[in-house]
Design a protein around this ligand. Structure first.
Ligand code: 0O2
Length: 252
């Protein structure tokens, strides 16, 4: 039996090895910074969600998702954008390494959340794209914001960018289906599906408008029934405390 000889071992060029190690170490650091930035923004979003619930007894956020791009996906974008594989170049040109997607119940909520997030002192707004006001030609709707927040390390704060996408449930439903179709056809979507998608986007937009109208009607009457917020046992205690506080307050 003859065996093919193995190719002779070629020690890698030490300069290339050093280059590869530097890229790997920089990438590890970059990914860590973006993971922390995602955590910071998620905390902010959770605070907003709880505060809304506390103040208005209403939760405007249905779902929050997050991801940090994989190194493979970052390098693919580095090549596509023609930038150098250095941390500085990646930081300058790729703004969606960290991504957060917030799904809201209604259109008004999307703007309210964007406003509440971007008006915070430690949030620098790099860019806002309003694809709700001006949808993409294929029908895509969403609010996009690139924000920069400080992440505090032992060496001091590092500003890190996070892409925040905010949309309604209907917009999200549409976008995830369109994304699947786009990938299935590798970007070459047949014209009849493009038309169907545009049509579906219009239906989703109409649903958003109708649901918001219904919500406004229901929300208004619910406010009138404030007393139903308390169960009868709690109401009994409150009545006792109220009468006691009245008795303790000296007459003016
Ligand atoms: P992924 O996997 O979701 O991250 P950029 O390439 O980001 O520099 P662009 O196109 O100016 O360039 O950014 P834009 O318009 O803000 O869109 C970025 C992201 O929005 C996309 O990220 C998608 O998540 C989403 N998006 C934008 N357009 C569409 C669309 O037509 N359909 C759907 N389903 N999603 C869209 P990635 O990197 O493409 O993908």
């Amino acid at each position: 039996m003859t065996t093919t000889p193995l190719p002779a071992f070629q020690p890698p060029d030490p300069r290339m090895l050093a280059f590869a190690r530097k890229i790997r170490d920089d990438a590890d650091r970059l990914l860590m910074e973006h993971r922390f930035a995602v955590d910071e923004v998620l905390t902010k979003v959770n605070i907003l969600r709880e505060e809304f619930l506390h103040l208005h007894r209403y939760n405007p956020i249905e779902h929050v998702g997050s991801r940090v791009k994989t190194m493979e996906s970052i390098l693919e974008k580095v090549v596509r954008k023609g930038c150098l594989p250095t941390s500085d170049c990646i930081r300058e040109h790729i703004h969606d390494i960290a991504g957060i997607r917030i799904t809201c119940s209604f259109i008004a909520d999307t703007y309210q959340i964007l406003d509440a997030l971007t008006s915070q002192d430690d949030v620098r707004v790099v860019e806002v794209k309003d694809y709700i006001a001006i949808p993409k030609p294929n029908g895509y709707k969403s609010l996009h914001a690139i924000v920069e927040i400080p992440v505090y390390f032992s060496t001091g704060p590092v500003p890190v960018k996070v892409e925040v996408q905010i949309r309604t449930i209907a917009m999200d439903f549409w976008a995830s289906l369109e994304h699947k179709i786009f990938y299935k056809y590798r970007g070459e979507v047949p014209p009849h599906l493009i038309d169907e998608l545009r049509d579906a986007a219009a239906t989703a937009a109409e649903l958003d408008t109708r649901m918001e109208r219904l919500h406004a009607a229901v929300h208004g009457s619910a406010r009138a029934a404030d007393v139903e917020e308390f169960d009868s046992a709690t109401l009994q205690q409150i009545r006792t405390l109220f009468l006691r506080s009245q008795a303790a307050t000296p007459e003016a």
